[in-house]
Design a protein around this ligand. Sequence first.
Ligand SMILES: [Mg+2]
Length: 265
Amino acid sequence: MKKGFIFDLDGTVYRSDELMPGARSVITKLDVQGFGIVFLSNKPLHSRQYYADNLDQLGIPVDVNQIVTSSYVMGYHLSETDKGATVYPVGEEPLVRELKGSGMVISEDPEEIDYVVASFDRNFHYDKLNIAFQAIMNGARFIATNPDRTCPVKNGEVPDAAGMIGAIEGVTGKKVELVAGKPSKLMVKAAIDRLDVEPEDCLLVGDRLETDIKMGNDHGITTALVLTGVTSREDLAGSSIKPTYVLENLYQLPEKLDLGLETGS
Ligand SMILES: [Mg+2]
């Protein structure tokens, strides 16, 4: 019997402001029965409170501590490994707040910077690239919140953190050393720490093979691919990454896993 559930958000629980079929019903039932639940997002543009409020408005009341974002994971990781170090975030305000909240010092002085943290940054410009460049050439470590090339938006997609990572890699000739978001083990660790259960007692539900499902498979977590997001049956057939379960939608989750929850809405 599984004790902890890890849900990807975008494409799994909702898309834009629309809940995916079965999401509210299944999550509510898991919650009522006392299962641990956390929600994951690689997107570093919003605070965890934003996601908690958003889920609340969609009828899924959650505590902010149930939300795990790549910005949060970055702050959590640094606070555990090098608390008080000086960081330069190439990113937006929510990332800066997470880093400060984790006890990190923010600086734009390349001489002082211990870590350059590359992220999704819609205000990225030459000066930021130059600070990152000077810092890394001066010995700063180069890490990033999330590896995503693009971020889905209403009418397509926009460049994500890979753009900033690529620019810094291009000018420094150095590869990013560590990425906090999915499919990293740091994200799994943050989720598992929240749930306080063993990986084998968890189920990870997501819509993307190369992030959600890969991350679960790589770390001994049972996985369920839900086909309401970016992955089709054809994509699945053509991929070497295979989930434990495949679900048309979240309504199928209790039955497929034999959770003993009442099915239906
Ligand atoms: Mg997703």
